[in-house]
Write a protein that binds this ligand. Structure first.
Ligand code: AHR
Length: 495
């Protein structure tokens, strides 16, 4: 029987760049994501910059957040952007009908969001309202944020205190149009998309907007097929896909006190991302053999039952080593498909679903997912090194999953990076990496591990899980042997 997994690195001149946008995030007006999580208002006693928590700004800068999607999600197709500009006293309070029926006072609007993105050095990704909005409304939003000349919306922006446009490139044309975005058929949406995309225009003369069509849920291949068939290529730059690592929608299981059975099922769902990407791409390739349209996974992550005692509409959940496994394995999948997957957005940044940070009043903690994101920054805009894996399985109850997940890249100056995940809940796994014709100098290792899969950082003990130096590897004769503890993420980086 095979005793260790083997990985072979391929030496090729033909590999894609891993877009840093694969490491993107998503913040919706949902629960405590924006209010409390990101935005506390300028009068808060919590240290802030223009109302945005300084601890969150720092944390997101430290993971080099490349882009941020906003304002939803389902909320996006109820959002009227004009409600969120101008003096606060003129901004209407509305009801957030999707998420808890709470009052939304619109105090965090377009200026707040786009200024935050500037502060973070992140590209904004605005999700337009197609479901309950109008073509003119979305076209005006583009004009408002992007036009530098004389126009009604540019004038309004200046009156609201912003002289220069923000030049927003990434635009979602609706969200989940098959569901909360309007329960549309793909044929109907494809037509509507054509209309919206036509009138959005490029008010910044910056070489064009990057328009993203609301994509399929999981394995709804028919949705992708119709969009690819019916939307002309000059109107679309990306088509989206949403897939959550959820066990069952009617009982998602607990975020912390989960069983091994639930862990296995979550990981099965997470690893299915690869099959989804391959099959959606097969369809896309049929209509777009020259690869002009990218695949954008603009919602992904673990989704569990909400924490007991919290508002069910707020989707607040803790984040354990299971989430680190989802993040490490999913990001490896995205890297390995970076020829076609050009952006992805983890759902969601703060206090919602698989968050990278959780807040409680003035406290903030960084989750295991955050640490994986930080460890993987080595792959941002690096050149992919394709890998071949012959791996051992993680077996549970007669079923098996690949235990090892891997991706590799070359940063500037040809420095090699390898990220490895051992999802096995019990077994250490030895991996032999064959560098083939590639050469690597001295490597440095970092590991994220813990005693129990259910371990997580708390407000009392925020540093239970943090990356540590990793030395359990040995490189010689063009091979690296690595021993990975159960449920661990390791990044090796050439120094
Ligand atoms: O991320 C939470 C919700 O999940 C989003 O609003 C929606 O797009 C998806 O169904």
């Amino acid at each position: 029987a095979q005793e260790k997994s083997t990985i072979t690195l391929e030496n090729t001149d033909d590999a894609p760049t891993i877009s840093r946008h694969i490491y993107g995030h998503f913040a919706e007006h949902l629960g405590r994501s924006i209010y409390d999580g990101i935005y506390v208002g300028p009068d808060s006693s919590i240290p802030n910059t223009d109302g945005v928590r300084n601890d969150i700004i720092q944390a997101l800068r430290d993971i080099q957040i490349p882009n941020l999607r906003w304002p939803g999600g389902c909320f996006a197709d109820t959002y009227h952007w004009m409600d969120g500009i101008g003096p606060q006293e003129d901004r209407p309070s509305i009801v957030n009908t999707w998420w808890g029926g709470v009052t939304e006072d619109n105090s965090f609007g377009t200026h707040n969001f786009l200024n935050l993105c500037e502060e973070l050095g992140a590209e904004p990704y605005l999700a337009g309202n197609v479901g309950s909005g109008e073509v003119k409304e979305l076209a005006d939003w583009v004009q408002y944020v992007n036009h530098d000349g004389v126009s009604p919306m540019a004038k309004l922006r200046r009156e609201n205190g912003r002289e220069k446009p923000w030049n927003v490139k990434y635009w979602g044309v609706g969200n989940e149009m098959w569901g909360c975005g309007g329960n549309m058929t793909p044929e109907f949406y494809a037509n509507l998309y054509r209309q919206y995309a036509t009138f959005m225009g490029d008010w910044s003369n910056s070489g064009g907007l990057y328009r993203i069509a609301s994509g399929a849920s999981e394995d709804d291949y028919h949705w992708t097929e119709v969009l690819m068939r019916d939307i002309p290529k000059n109107l679309i730059e990306g088509v989206a896909l949403h897939s959550y690592s959820v066990i069952e929608w009617n009982d998602k299981g607990p975020a912390v006190e989960f069983t091994e059975d639930q862990y296995f099922k979550t990981m099965k769902k997470a690893l299915r991302m690869e099959e989804l990407i391959i099959k959606h791409l097969e369809i896309m390739d049929k209509y777009d053999p020259n690869h002009e349209i990218d695949l954008i996974v603009d919602e992904w992550g673990g989704w569990y039952n909400v924490e007991e005692g919290t508002n069910p509409g707020f989707l607040y959940q803790q984040n354990t080593m299971r989430d680190a496994m989802i993040a490490g394995a999913t990001l490896n999948i995205f890297n390995n498909h970076s020829d076609r997957v050009k952006m992805a957005n983890l759902a969601q940044t703060v206090n919602v679903l698989q968050a990278v940070a959780l807040t409680k009043d003035e406290q903030m903690l960084l989750t295991p997912t955050y640490h994986v994101m930080k460890m993987y920054t080595v792959h941002h805009d690096a050149t992919l090194i394709p890998v071949k894996l012959s791996g051992l399985d993680y077996t549970y109850n007669g079923e098996s999953l690949p235990a090892i997940s891997v991706s590799a890249s070359k940063s500037e100056k040809d420095k090699m990076n390898i990220s490895l995940v051992n999802i096995d809940s019990k077994k250490r796994n030895t991996v032999e990496i064959d560098l083939g014709a590639l050469k690597a100098g001295k490597m440095k290792g970092e590991i994220l591990k813990s005693g129990k899969l259910q371990d997580h950082n708390t407000f009392e003990n925020p540093d239970i899980i943090t990356p540590e130096e990793f030395t359990d590897f040995d490189s010689r004769n063009g091979k690296i042997d690595v021993t990975l503890p159960p449920f661990s993420v390791v990044v090796l980086k050439e120094i």
